[in-house]
Design a protein around this ligand. Structure first.
Ligand SMILES: Cc1cc2nc3c(=O)[nH]c(=O)nc-3n(C[C@H](O)[C@H](O)[C@H](O)COP(=O)(O)OP(=O)(O)OC[C@H]3O[C@@H](n4cnc5c(N)ncnc54)[C@H](O)[C@@H]3O)c2cc1C
Length: 469
């Protein structure tokens, strides 16, 4: 039986993995390879939190492969060079892999494909991680969509789920001498991430378990509960999806089997549309390849962002702004590697609008600290909130962090969980401690007494700057 290299990247799973399943069904013995090449991702090489997830995800994959007799070969260096070396070693006749969509990686993959094909080897590529290839959905005029609702209306109408790809029962072991996962040096020296793993189980079985938990609980009521940060009202599948430990097709098929009441059908539709936002983010990144670094809306090219004051930025990063809901979100991120979507919007709006710092300062911090850091979703999330995106929040929508907290965390449970210095403050003072300085000084002496920005003043000045853009 001839060998084929199966180059795994962000499709770190055995079930529903098109590259792997197709190599097997084409009659090849698959040689499973992971090449670590962060330098090929330019300015957006994986951040610290993401690397810790990758470390554990690779271990889980390696174990799953070993359980069916195979071996994951780990390499480190330049992708093309390592793949050519392994091709020569194994005499592989073909290369199978699933697409990545970051522009710099698409270009790299194109070069790898061309080099293999030039030497007469077969190359097959697949879509493993999206419902649609980002170039597939087009307006009537053949142009990309810039607004989510019509994009998703068109996409949903075209969706027909493919059959799941089968997981191989057995895999061959080629022996050979790959690197160990430890040798990739993915874990930082300081183990600030140690606390993460009480919340997360990287790998394919962790993803399946998370999906089961969601289907047995939070999917019912998702539309409302997804906005409440003090409870698990969402799926928490984002890091699993980012690393391709589960595919959106697997999720879609599974949620459609959940028996929901008539009234909960809206929850299902809403959850599907969140998967749709993910598709839309990839669509935008593909068609606007600069959008990870530049404003999608060119009117913002000369916008008067504030000089990034390192102290202010650090107060935001560390959760010491004096605005409780903002601080709670930033600390949830630091302690768990994840932040609730509603709170992501609040902290992002605070940074870009109240502190008027360029959204890239926030995007970079998220990139380094989020376990689900994903170039398409992160860029889109930041541009949407900053108002610089295509289908962005209008510039005059400036989240008021006090009213947002009152509405979405009415008992202040989320705030008090992540900012324990505030636990003795009663509502409504806990949402805006500076408004009752004597009470706050007595009951929350360790919390900043004055917020880093006056909410009303900074809102007015942001509105003025945004309307002049
Ligand atoms: C400023 C900002 C930055 C963000 N950065 C990222 C990021 O780096 N990586 C990331 O995966 N998401 C990002 N998001 C989107 C969103 O916050 C997360 O996807 C979501 O919180 C993940 O939690 P969940 O899996 O429980 O979501 P659920 O509500 O269960 O949704 C299911 C899946 O749908 C997708 N999804 C949900 N909301 C969005 C959205 N608004 N945009 C795109 N896809 C979405 C995710 O893949 C998610 O796992 C960002 C949002 C904002 C406002």
């Amino acid at each position: 039986m001839a060998n084929a290299l199966v180059w795994l990247r962000r499709d770190l799973r055995l079930h529903d993995n098109p590259a792997l399943a197709q190599a097997v069904s084409d009659g090849y013995a698959p040689v499973l390879v992971y090449v670590h090449a962060p330098q090929e991702q330019g300015d957006w090489a994986p951040g610290a939190a993401s690397r810790t997830w990758l470390h554990h995800s690779l271990i889980a994959l390696q174990q799953a492969i070993a359980e069916i007799g195979g071996r994951l070969i780990i390499a480190h260096g330049q992708s093309l060079h390592e793949l050519e070396r392994l091709q020569a070693e194994t005499q592989a006749e073909a290369l199978y892999f699933s697409n990545l969509y970051e522009p710099i990686l698409q270009a790299r993959d194109g070069r790898v494909q061309a080099a293999f094909e030039q030497r007469g080897l077969t190359v097959k590529r697949f879509n493993a991680n999206l419902l649609f290839e980002p170039w597939q959905i087009k307006t009537g005029g053949g142009t990309p969509y810039k607004v989510f609702t019509p994009f998703w209306r068109n996409a949903s109408a075209q969706l027909s789920l493919r059959q799941p790809y089968p997981r191989p029962d057995r895999l061959p072991d080629f022996g050979g001498t790959g690197l160990t996962i430890d040798a990739l040096g993915l874990l930082p020296e300081r183990d600030w991430h140690a606390g993460f793993w009480q919340y997360w189980q990287p790998g394919e079985s962790g993803a399946a378990e998370m999906l089961d938990i969601f289907c047995e609980g939070a999917i019912d009521g998702y539309k409302e509960q997804r906005n409440l940060p003090d409870r698990t009202g969402t799926s928490k599948l984002s890091p699993h999806l980012h690393f391709g430990e589960i595919s959106p097709q697997q999720i879609w098929r599974r949620i459609e089997r959940v028996r929901l009441s008539e009234s909960a059908q809206a929850d299902l539709g809403h959850f599907k549309s969140e998967l749709g936002w993910r598709e839309f983010s990839y669509h935008l990144l593909h068609h606007f390849p600069d959008s990870s670094d530049r404003n999608l809306n060119p009117q913002f090219e000369r916008f008067a962002w504030a000089e990034a004051d390192p102290e202010l930025l650090s107060a935001w990063q560390r959760g010491r702004t004096g605005i409780p809901i903002v601080d709670a979100g930033m600390r949830e991120l630091w302690h768990t590697g994840w932040m609730h979507n509603r709170v992501r919007m609040i902290v992002a709006s605070f940074l870009c609008k109240n502190l008027r710092m360029h959204w890239l300062h926030g995007a970079r911090w998220f990139w380094d600290t989020l376990l689900d850091a994903d170039l398409a979703n992160n860029s889109q999330g930041w541009q949407w909130t900053a108002g610089t995106g295509c289908d962005a929040a209008p510039y005059f929508r400036i989240f008021n962090p006090v009213t947002q907290a009152e509405r979405f965390d009415p008992q202040a449970r989320y705030i008090k969980r992540w900012v324990p210095e505030l636990s003795a403050l009663p509502a409504p003072v806990v949402f805006a401690p500076w408004t009752k300085p004597a009470v706050s000084a007595a009951l929350a002496p360790d919390y900043p007494s004055i917020p880093v920005a006056d909410l009303a003043e900074s809102r007015q000045s942001a509105l003025a700057a945004y309307s002049r853009r």
